[in-house]
Design a protein around this ligand. Structure first.
Ligand code: AMP
Length: 385
C-alpha cells in the first residue's frame, strides 16, 4: 500500500533511489547512518551507490517488471539522476510515493520546459528561444545577438550538448554539429560569479537551505565550490528567496538545487534546476550540521529537516579522472593537510572528465578554505618524495 501523504517513514524502512552514481552513494551513506535500508536501481552494476546500498538492482529504467518489483520493496522512491524516463516514475508511483514528484522531474529534465516554466512564473532567466531548425536558429541569433549558447533541450548536463555561437555565420555548422531535433538558444550571460542554493522542502512545507554557494567551473564542469559565497547579504537574501519561490512553485518534497548567474550589474538569473542533491552541496557532508544527503532522507521521509548551519567556512574541489593521469594520486601528501577530507566514489576506471571524488577543506575563512583545498588537490599530482 502506498504510504499516506503525511505519514512519516521511520528508520528501519527501506528507501529506493533511481540512479546509482555518487549522489546516490552519499544519500545511501546518510540513510544507512540513520538506520534505513537502501535499494538502488540503474543499468549499472558494482556502482558507486550499489557498493553501499543493501540491494543493487541492475535493470534498464524502461524495464517495467524490474521497476515495479523495485517499487514494491521500498517505502518511498527518490532519484539521484534526473534523466529517468517519465514512464518509469509513473510505474513507480503505482506502488510507492515518488519524491520529488515525477512532474518535477519532467519539467527539470528538459531545458526548454524548465525555462518556460520559470519565465511564465516571473523567475529571472537569461533571454532564450526554442529552436527546431537552422532557419529558426538564424532568426533567434539575430534577435538575441552574439555571443549566444545553443543547448540540446533534453539530456544535457555538465556542458554536454552545448555550443557557444560567436557569429551569425556559424549558424549552419553549429546546428549540424548539435545534431538534435530540439534545442534552446540562450543569450550569453557575462556573469561575475556563478552561485547555487541547495534547498529542501518537507512534506509539511518546511523549507531549509544551505545559504548561497559560490561555484567556479572549468570546461563547463564544476571545479571548486566555496561556502559561504563571497557576495553581499542583500544578494544572498535575493538568491535564497528565488530558491524558496522555485521549490514552493514546484511543490517539491525533497532536495532541489537552483543554479544561478550573478551578472556584473548584480542581477541573479537562474541557469538550471537540479531536482536532487548537487555537486555544489557536497561540502555540506563535512561542513554543515545536516548534509544535503541527510536533508534528502529527512525530506522524503517526512521528518523534521534539522539544522543546516555551516560549522566552518568550507571549500570543495572536484577530483576528475584527469588527476589519475600520472598514476595513483599522492593521497598521503594531500592528507598531510589536517583540515582536508577525502571522498572517493568507488569508480573503477579514471577517465578524463569523469567525477571520481572530491576534497573538502574547512578553515576560519572562505578564502583560506579555498586556498587549502586547491593546495591539497595540487599535491595529489606530485610524486612521492
Ligand atoms: P549548464 O550545463 O547549462 O549548467 O552549463 C554549464 C556551464 O556553462 C555553466 O555553469 C556556465 O559556466 C556555462 N553557461 C551555460 N549557459 C550559459 C549562458 N547562457 N551564458 C554564459 N555561460 C553559460
Amino acid at each position: 500500500m502506498i504510504q499516506g501523504r503525511n505519514e512519516s517513514i521511520l528508520p528501519g524502512a527501506t528507501l529506493g533511489v533511481l540512479g546509482s552514481g555518487q549522489l546516490g552513494r552519499m544519500f545511501a551513506i546518510a540513510a544507512r547512518r540513520m538506520g534505513y535500508r537502501v535499494h538502488t536501481l540503474s543499468p549499472d552494476s558494482d556502482s558507486p551507490t550499489g557498493q553501499v546500498a543493501d540491494v543493487e538492482v541492475t535493470a534498464d529504467y524502461g524495464d517495467q517488471d524490474a521497476v515495479s518489483k523495485f517499487a514494491q520493496q521500498v517505502s518511498v522512491v527518490t532519484f539521484e539522476f534526473e534523466n529517468v524516463p517519465s514512464a518509469t516514475t509513473e510505474v513507480v508511483s503505482q506502488f510507492s510515493p515518488v519524491r520529488p514528484a515525477g512532474e518535477v522531474l519532467h519539467i527539470t529534465q528538459h531545458r526548454l520546459r524548465e525555462k518556460w516554466y520559470l519565465s511564465e512564473r516571473g523567475f529571472p532567466v537569461a533571454p532564450f528561444r526554442a529552436i527546431r531548425s537552422a532557419e529558426e536558429l538564424a532568426v533567434a541569433v539575430r534577435e538575441l545577438g552574439c555571443p549566444a549558447v545553443l543547448k540540446t533541450a533534453g539530456w544535457g548536463y555538465d556542458g554536454k550538448g552545448q555550443i557557444k555561437i560567436s557569429s551569425a555565420s556559424e549558424v549552419a555548422s553549429v546546428w549540424e554539429q548539435l545534431g538534435s531535433g530540439e534545442a534552446i538558444l540562450e543569450g550569453f550571460v557575462d556573469f561575475r560569479l556563478e552561485v547555487s542554493v541547495v534547498a529542501a522542502r518537507g512534506l509539511d512545507g518546511e523549507f531549509s537551505h544551505f545559504g548561497v554557494l559560490e561555484n567556479a567551473h572549468s570546461n563547463h564542469i564544476l571545479d571548486v565550490t566555496v561556502s559561504p559565497a563571497r557576495i553581499s547579504p542583500k544578494i544572498a537574501a535575493e538568491a535564497e528567496a528565488i530558491a524558496r519561490g522555485v521549490l514552493e512553485a514546484l511543490d517539491v518534497v525533497g532536495v532541489l538545487c537552483v543554479e544561478m548567474f550573478l551578472t556584473r550589474d548584480d542581477r541573479l538569473l537562474i541557469n538550471e534546476l537540479a531536482p536532487r542533491p548537487h555537486n555544489s552541496g557536497h561540502l555540506t557532508f563535512d561542513a554543515n550540521v545536516t548534509s544535503q544527503f541527510e536533508l534528502q532522507v529527512r525530506a522524503i521521509c517526512g521528518l523534521p529537516l534539522g539544522s543546516t548551519e555551516l560549522l566552518r567556512p568550507a571549500a570543495m574541489a572536484n577530483l576528475l579522472g584527469d588527476v589519475w593521469e600520472n598514476g595513483e594520486p599522492n593521497w598521503s601528501e594531500a592528507l598531510k593537510l589536517p583540515e582536508v577530507k577525502l571522498h572517493l566514489y568507488g569508480k573503477a576506471s579514471a577517465r578524463p572528465g569523469r567525477k571520481m571524488g572530491h576534497l573538502t577543506a574547512m578553515a576560519d575563512s572562505a578564502d583560506e578554505a579555498e586556498r587549502i583545498v586547491r593546495e591539497a588537490r595540487r599535491r595529489l599530482m606530485t610524486r612521492e618524495s
